[in-house]
Design a protein around this ligand. Structure first.
Ligand SMILES: *Cc1c(COP(=O)(O)O)cnc(C)c1O
Length: 425
């Protein structure tokens, strides 16, 4: 492989001594827009989507981008224009889909705690399907649908009790999780759904977790779901579409998840073998569409030698990149312009007043203050999870398309942050 390429990130490469995304020099973007700065490659997103599309060639499938991974309007627009639907988890996300030009009829609404107001908004917008997570929610949704004079299309999220072998905070399909309806209660839940006047059963769904790097949990979940479809349809309730959720992992640090097309070729073979090949399908990928399409550019502020550790203090922090603090996650950190000579070992940390504010531990880096670094794999669950902790403005975002760079979000100011607040009179 060309050593200038970053493995798993084909649209990011060194040209000479400078890191480029597509045909744009990242250091130039940092100079123009400041740091920390999120930069996304449109070609990377579309290539990730194309891998799924190849796997599903000739099938009736809807790809619903799970937008909580990155809900910035400019990112949603890329997927809306590519024909994707969206998997949303709040009324706010629905507003974003509509603002980005997405098609409400291709929206599915997931989540264990939809409010009445969110249901009302989604019914008014005419979304495609509610992925319902409890019997109590079914009752309320039916009531809200009757009030709005519509029927709500529903699919029940079933918990297949499969271990996705990932971090416990991002496992969602095990018995102890708050998500979905237990496999054993699924038939009863479908009977209730079919009996409620405001509802129309259109599908079944599952989502077992995130950053899944093995194929077996998917195959196991598929078998469990198909067993249920057999049982529910035998009870006289036609199921309609099958939604297999999202969760496919990405290469953060030499991880080797299956490619989306290879994974789906095998899953579809299983589906065919069990006689469900002709079913309409849905999937809800998030991380795998955007994770490695994004980087966070940051400047080295200070190098601080310590008794036990050397610290490399950067201007990005846990409020911008929450995954290390939340899940002990690993992000590669690379220089935008590598230096000649020896590397030293640093803990790379941000300015936030928390010991949990670290971005990388024990990293070999050859850096000086003022150098620019890229935190890789920052397209998913970074900006969408970013906060204003320490009254830090959230970063700006740039979407690169070939040789052009579009500012899709300006840097947040202190005024932006205080806008909704007032002093006591
Ligand atoms: C988060 C989520 C997804 C997307 O998960 P990824 O790991 O980002 O692909 C899909 N479906 C549901 C219901 C989710 O909550």
């Amino acid at each position: 492989m060309n050593p200038a390429l970053l493995p798993g990130r084909p649209h990011f490469a060194y040209r000479g001594n400078r890191l480029f995304v597509e045909d744009v020099c990242l250091a130039d973007l940092a100079k123009e827009h400041g740091t920390p700065l999120f930069v996304y490659s449109k070609a990377s997103m579309l290539a990730a989507l194309a891998a799924y599309q190849r796997g599903f060639a000739g099938r009736n499938v809807r790809i619903c981008y799970a937008m909580k991974a990155n809900s910035s309007l400019g990112v949603l627009q890329v997927f809306a224009r590519a024909g994707c639907g969206f998997d949303i988890v709040s009324g706010g996300e629905l507003r974003r889909v509509l603002a980005a030009g997405g098609d409400a009829s291709k929206v599915i609404f997931s989540g264990v705690g939809k409010t009445r107001e969110e249901m009302r908004q989604a019914l008014a917008a005419g979304i495609g399907c509610f992925n319902v997570e409890s019997e109590a929610e079914l009752e309320v949704l039916s009531e809200m649908a009757m009030l709005s004079g519509a029927t709500a299309a529903v699919s029940v999220r079933v918990n297949p009790n499969v271990d996705p072998k990932t971090h416990p905070y991002i496992s969602t399909g095990l018995k102890g999780n708050k998500f979905g309806v237990a496999h054993e209660r699924a038939l009863q839940t479908y009977r209730r759904a079919a009996a409620l006047p405001g509802l129309r059963v259109v599908g079944i769904d599952c989502h077992i977790g995130s950053q899944i790097t093995e194929e077996t949990p998917y195959l196991d979940a598929m078998d469990r779901i198909l067993d249920l479809v057999d049982v529910i349809e035998a009870a006289g309730i036609p199921i309609g579409h099958i939604d297999f959720g999202g969760g496919l992992g990405i290469d953060y640090n030499g991880d080797t998840p299956p490619e989306a097309d290879a994974l789906w070729t095998r899953l579809l073979a299983r589906l065919d073998a069990r006689g469900y090949g002709g079913r309409p399908l849905m999937i809800e990928p998030g991380r795998s569409l955007v994770g490695n399409a994004g980087v966070c550019l940051t400047e080295v502020l200070y190098l601080k030698p310590g008794e036990l550790k050397n610290f490399c203090i950067i201007d990005a922090a846990m409020n911008d990149l929450p995954r290390p603090a939340m899940y002990q996650a690993f992000h590669q950190i690379v220089p935008l312009q590598p230096r000649e000579g020896e590397a030293a070992t640093f803990d790379v940390v941000g300015p936030v007043c928390e010991s949990g504010d670290w971005i990388g531990r024990d990293r070999a880096l050859n850096v000086a203050s003022g150098d620019l670094l890229a935190v890789l794999s920052a397209g998913a669950y970074c900006m969408s999870m970013a906060s204003n902790y320490n009254t830090r403005g959230r970063p700006a975002e740039v979407l690169v398309d070939g040789a052009s760079a579009h500012l899709i979000r300006r840097r947040e100011t202190a005024e932006d942050q205080m806008r909704a607040e007032s002093l006591v009179r």
